[in-house]
Design a protein around this ligand. Structure first.
Ligand code: ATP
Ligand code: MTE
Length: 193
């Protein structure tokens, strides 16, 4: 079973061509660097419309069979920011730790981290995570913050994603530890391929 990752860039202006979308390229680049196990991606660029976001998330999970879906954009307090509402509307269960940890990590970068209403949820056997829209926020929240010696100062959320995918029945994900170390209890670790 190959890991399938849905990437959803949610931006009125990027989807209208006012500026070039940097969300999908930043996500693609991050996964190419971080994962050492096989994966494929399916990407969508859509406007900040709640019905469109919900339909896209459902299609990626139910029809495309994505094990993991990452969104970027639309998590703030502006009236057009509706990504968290759309994500909760398609959720079976909430995973509050992801939003909590992302705001903790992001506070090390910007004081406006508290403005992001990002959520993590499970739909069927897929994990859906909201990331902020700033392209640099993708790396910051997934990878966390390292000190000058390369030691982890604040864990990024991706450290917990492989074990979460194990627990909901998805493929075994392996990472490049210099980018992000996947934490699993010893009993859940498989020998390196
Ligand atoms: N897909 C994207 N590509 C490049 N830059 C982006 C993208 N999404 C957001 N940004 C940048 O991050 C900022 C904050 O993102 P946010 O999701 O709040 O966008 P926004 O201001 O509502 O933009 P939009 O009108 O495109 O939806 C944007 O103002 C923009 O500078
Ligand atoms: N890691 C990280 N988190 C961040 C930011 C950032 O630059 N880096 N920007 C913040 C800002 S300015 C806002 S308004 C909120 C919501 O962003 P969004 O509407 O683009 O999703 O995310 C916050 N979280």
């Amino acid at each position: 079973m190959t890991l399938k990752i849905g990437l959803v860039s949610i931006s009125d202006r990027a989807s209208q061509g006012v500026y070039q979308d940097q969300g999908i390229p930043a996500l693609e680049e991050w996964f190419a660097r971080a994962l050492t196990s096989p994966f494929e991606t399916v990407a969508r660029l859509i406007p900040d419309e709640q019905a469109v976001i919900e339909a896209t998330l459902k299609a990626l999970v139910d029809d495309e069979g994505c094990h993991l879906v990452l969104t970027t954009g639309g998590t703030g307090p502006a009236p057009r920011d509706v990504t968290p509402e759309a994500t909760l509307a398609v959720a079976d269960r909430e995973m509050p730790g992801f939003g909590e940890q992302m705001r903790q990590v992001s506070l090390k970068f910007v004081p406006t981290a508290i403005l992001s209403r990002q959520v993590g949820v499970i739909r069927k056997s897929s994990l859906i995570l909201n990331l902020p829209g700033q392209p640099k926020a993708i790396r910051e929240t997934l990878e966390g913050l390292k000190d000058e010696n390369g030691q982890v100062a604040v864990s990024g959320i991706f450290a917990a994603v492989p074990y979460c995918i194990d627990l909901i029945g998805g493929p075994y994900i392996e990472t490049d530890e210099t980018v992000v170390k996947a934490f699993r209890p010893k009993s859940a670790q498989k020998p390196k391929a």
